[in-house]
Design a protein around this ligand. Structure first.
Ligand code: ATP
Length: 239
């Protein structure tokens, strides 16, 4: 059965001043997919995510999201259009409590009963946050802050969840926990684009993947095929 295409990016180019960070990439994400975008530092992965939510304006190319041209959406519209971004460095509000941070995710919603259900769902996924709901988010550990950022994104009920380097700076055991949650969210039907430096873990978690190198997509395949690809193994999987 053909799933609906949720995101279709064609020929996307992004430049910062004279530097071309993204040099004409194509990406496609179908409803319900978990897609990994891997690649070395500076390959243009974060820039790609920022462009999808309107934080950066492309120089060329098109972004069709949920059937509409989103190439140049104003950044303040992305949440109301069903996109959620968990940025590198988490982007939480350090002086707000855990629960206040989570409520910020529901800022554009007014279905209070459903929000409360989603809040309980987030606390189910992250019992640690329930224990610490009154704690100021700035005093949480890195892994707990990542949980807050993901929980806040879930509270916006996204159609497409963009995760930028969820493993960054976390101890291996916490990374495993975060990726368990990513798998669980995916199994509940949330569509995700996952940017990761930890290519092996990302491909073991995702359905499909793209490899980005110096602003271009060099491989696009099922996650299993990328894991089995000798060139990808050699360059990105430490094998
Ligand atoms: P990383 O994993 O290190 O975050 P990345 O693949 O996400 O890497 P980007 O952050 O998208 O890469 O950066 C792509 C290129 O664009 C890099 O050469 C970077 O220095 C450059 N770049 C990113 N942001 C800016 C900016 N605001 N101004 C100028 N150049 C930038």
């Amino acid at each position: 059965s053909e799933q609906k295409t949720l995101l279709e990016v064609k020929g996307l180019q992004v430049a910062y001043g004279g530097i071309q960070a993204v040099k004409g990439i194509d990406l496609e994400i179908k409803q319900g997919e978990l897609v990994a975008l891997i690649g070395a530092n500076g390959a243009g992965k974060t820039t790609t995510l920022k462009t999808l939510v309107g934080m950066v304006k492309p120089a060329a190319g098109t972004i069709i999201y949920n059937g509409e041209d989103s190439t140049r959406i104003p950044v303040h519209h992305y949440v109301s259009r069903g996109l959620a971004m968990v940025p590198e460095g988490r982007g939480i509000f350090p002086r707000l409590t855990v629960e206040e941070n989570l409520w910020m995710g529901a800022y554009y919603r007014n279905d209070k009963a459903e929000i409360l259900m989603d809040l309980e769902r987030v606390y189910g996924l992250f019992p640690r946050l329930k224990e610490r709901y009154k704690q100021l988010a700035g005093t949480l550990s890195g892994g707990e802050q990542q949980m807050v950022a993901m929980g806040r994104a879930i509270l916006s009920r996204p159609k497409l969840l963009l995760l930028d380097e969820p493993s960054m700076g976390l101890a291996p055991i916490i990374v495993q926990k975060i990726f368990e949650i990513i798998r669980q969210i995916a199994s509940e039907g949330v569509t995700m684009l996952l940017v990761e430096q930890n290519a092996k873990l990302a491909l073991k978690t995702a359905n499909r993947g793209y490899v980005m190198e110096s602003g271009r997509i060099t491989y696009a395949d099922s996650a299993d095929a990328l894991l089995a690809n000798e060139k990808v193994q050699h360059a990105y999987l430490g094998e």
